[in-house]
Design a protein around this ligand. Structure first.
Ligand code: PLP
Ligand code: COI
Length: 349
């Protein structure tokens, strides 16, 4: 275990990175947090330096996909403090996944301690307020051991790395930053499978549909419901939002990942703007009737969907000022530029 120490030549207390021009890329920060589970208990190793991990070759995470990950952002606030956004929600979602994959839950206090310690250890890498960048926090969970049978592991690793990131979709958010997406004929999740948990296998099987969309110049694939291929489900690794008249609508489906960003935006819509909100099936045919569309997620924040292509048919949507209002409220709360009426900011420094 290392005691992080930094020495500075100026008052900036930040590394010399071009924070304002970062993409969504892995940049190795000096420290990560790790805990291991064995014989029924979690033991925190604390903050460690090794970027590489050594795992037994028979590990369940390597062969059978017994693996989970999370994603959240840490921001420097307008008040100079450092905040995570709703980390307890990520902890709950990871534990929903752990129960499904028949592994032990990670206690919420261990999860939160990890987020805090890894952030404090890498403080010079937390992008400054106003840079538009964030520290992306990636907790993950691996079933490990000397094994060959198809069964859950008896040992687990919980690790968190962090990396400073800019926009997930190049250009980020704004009235001149509409993105095009293509409806895939392939699925990322089964109707009663694991789409609702953040298991790595859901993402490996999105590589082919994602690559096909990108080869044709689209930002990502759109997934329809895996049973009937009729209802809109996900936009790559982000949830779908649309305005139909006054109402903010979003899909309700077992195979969609329950996005913390989406839940937050629906609450902002309802309680700050008094807009009606509906979580329900959204038939692809309804694209003819909706006024505006967007993708949302930790990485994607809010991404304006300018175009949806499905075979020969395309729909185009204008930038809607309501996305701007939602974006300003969400990012304003995350970065302490405005009050946090919901208690979502988790202060770290
Ligand atoms: N949908 C999928 C498939 C995702 O991977 C993510 C990212 O976590 C999201 C939606 C958005 O979820 P959240 O807002 O919790 O980041
Ligand atoms: C996130 O938004 O945190 C995600 O996990 C999306 C992607 C980077 C997998």
């Amino acid at each position: 275990m290392t005691q992080p120490r930094y020495y500075f030549n100026d008052d900036n207390h930040k590394v010399n990175l071009d924070f304002a021009n970062l993409g969504f890329d892995y940049y190795p920060c000096p420290y990560r947090f790790e805990a291991v589970y064995e014989l029924g208990v979690w033991r925190a190793r604390g903050v460690v330096e090794e970027t590489s991990m050594t795992l037994p070759e028979g590990s369940q995470c390597l062969h059978y996909g017994q693996q989970l990950f999370e994603g959240m952002k840490v921001n420097t606030g307008a008040d100079g403090k450092v905040y995570a956004f709703r980390p307890a929600e990520n902890s709950r979602r990871m534990n929903d996944g752990a129960r499904y994959l028949q592994g032990p839950e990670v206690p919420e206090d261990l999860f939160i301690r990890g987020v805090e310690e890894v952030t404090r250890a890498n403080l010079p890498y937390v992008p400054p307020y106003g840079s538009g960048a964030s520290l992306y926090v990636r907790p993950f969970y691996l079933g490990i051991g000397d094994n060959v049978g198809v069964k859950p592991a008896s040992k687990y690793v919980f690790r968190i790395f962090v990396t400073p990131v800019g926009p997930y979709f190049k250009g980020g958010f704004g009235p001149d930053q509409g993105k095009s997406f293509r409806v895939s004929t392939l699925d990322r999740a089964a109707p009663f499978g694991t789409g609702h948990i953040k298991a790595g296998g859901n993402y490996a099987c999105s590589f082919k549909p994602g690559a096909e969309a990108k080869e044709q110049g689209f930002a990502e694939a759109i997934y329809l419901d895996p049973k009937e291929h009729r209802y809109i489900e996900e936009i790559g690794a982000a949830n779908f939002l649309a305005f139909k008249g006054e109402t903010l609508i979003t899909p309700d489906s077992h195979s969609v990942l329950p996005s913390i960003t989406r839940r937050s935006l629906l609450r902002i819509a309802r309680e700050i703007y008094s807009w009606p909100v509906e979580e329900r099936l959204i038939d692809k045919a309804e694209l003819d009737e909706i006024e505006a569309a967007a993708a949302c997620g930790t990485a994607a924040v809010i991404t304006w969907i300018r175009e949806v292509a499905d075979g020969e048919k395309t729909w185009t949507f204008p930038f809607d000022q309501r996305w701007q209002q939602l974006y300003d409220s969400l990012v304003g709360i995350q970065t302490a530029a405005i009050d946090d009426p919901f208690g979502w900011r988790h202060e770290i420094s």
